[in-house]
Design a protein around this ligand. Structure first.
Ligand code: HEM
Length: 284
């Protein structure tokens, strides 16, 4: 199976031109395989939230907490849905032609690309200065949580730490999206030099054929990777046991009980009145 496509430059050299669309089918297949495998596994998996008795006791002890706890403020939710809309337009405009539906996709594609780029730049500023920047990142400090979650997955009740604001899987997912997102955005912005836009004069000679080839391959690899990542994300969002998280991305809050059931209060501190403040993950 070919993974990359090659072509001849005007000087007769073989240069890379694109990724092979076999990779798109492979990523689509991997995404679908993942959700079938995960859904089957979940039929047998132990639940990972706190037991009812433990949550009851915590609720009795934490009467100071508001009934509704803010998880995503309005700005964060608006960013999420604008980014999601741009992402879907990008995926459909890029891959509908691959599956045989031909239309003038390029203009819609780069417009959605600029919306995605703008929304992510906004998100970086918002998360750095107005949210708890470190709550989404994952590192060696999370090894105890990883071990505890693994033990719970095998049905053991262990006292180890629960997640802070974001579950481990969400933090790993965010990291994968950061890597794919940076690659697709940097290459996409460069590729705008190859198409007609109102912003600057088209300049296909900006790079050599070989460099353009690598740019298209980088864009294609990140793009097909996103097919699998987006399928996995939507799959988790629609799973009934994750609705409480999905609903919080629509309405902004979770209940006090959900907060105590799924989180480590010491790692995601909630202050009165429903607004929240966090300390860096892992600190009490
Ligand atoms: C989810 C994100 C994205 C996906 C899945 C995606 C996918 C793709 C794919 C598969 C192609 C065809 C590449 C090829 O022919 O080798 C493409 C082309 C292109 N993309 Fe994206 N892309 C994304 C984001 C972006 C962004 C953020 C921008 C710009 C800011 C952008 C701008 C472009 C441009 C200008 C082309 C070139 C069209 C041409 O040369 O005919 N893309 N994209």
């Amino acid at each position: 199976m070919d993974l990359l496509k090659w072509g001849r430059s005007p000087w007769g050299e073989w240069v890379l031109t694109h990724v092979s669309w076999n990779l798109f089918w492979a990523s689509l297949f991997a995404g679908i395989l993942f959700f079938v495998a995960h859904a089957s596994y979940m039929l047998f998996s132990a639940h990972r939230k706190r037991s009812t008795e433990e949550t009851d006791a915590l609720e009795a002890a934490r009467k100071d907490l508001p009934a509704k706890i803010e998880r995503h403020n309005l700005t964060a939710r608006l960013f999420h849905w604008v980014m999601a809309a741009a992402m879907f337009v990008l995926l459909f405009t890029a891959f509908l032609p691959v599956v045989g539906y031909r239309f003038p996709w390029v203009t819609w594609h780069w417009i959605a690309g600029l919306v995605l780029t703008g929304s992510i730049l906004f998100h970086i500023v918002h998360a750095s200065f107005f949210l708890d920047f470190w709550s989404i990142w994952v590192g060696p400090k999370d090894i105890p949580e990883f071990k505890a979650e693994l033990m719970r997955e095998f049905g053991h009740e262990v006292p180890g730490p629960k997640p802070g604001k974001y579950p481990l899987g969400n933090r790993l997912y965010h990291l994968a999206q950061v890597v794919a997102g940076i690659l697709v955005i940097v290459t996409g912005v460069l590729m705008m030099n190859r198409v007609r836009t109102p912003f600057f004069t088209r300049n296909p000679y900006l790079f050599s054929d070989a460099t353009w080839g690598w740019t298209y391959v980088g864009h294609g690899l990140a793009g097909v990777g996103m097919v699998g990542l987006v399928i996995a994300h939507v799959y988790f969002a629609v799973r009934p046991e994750k609705w409480w998280i999905t609903k919080s991305m629509i309405f902004g809050w979770i209940t006090r009980r959900q907060y105590l059931e799924h989180h480590e209060p010491a790692r995601w501190r909630v202050v009165g009145g429903g607004s929240t403040a966090t300390k860096p993950t892992g600190q009490a």
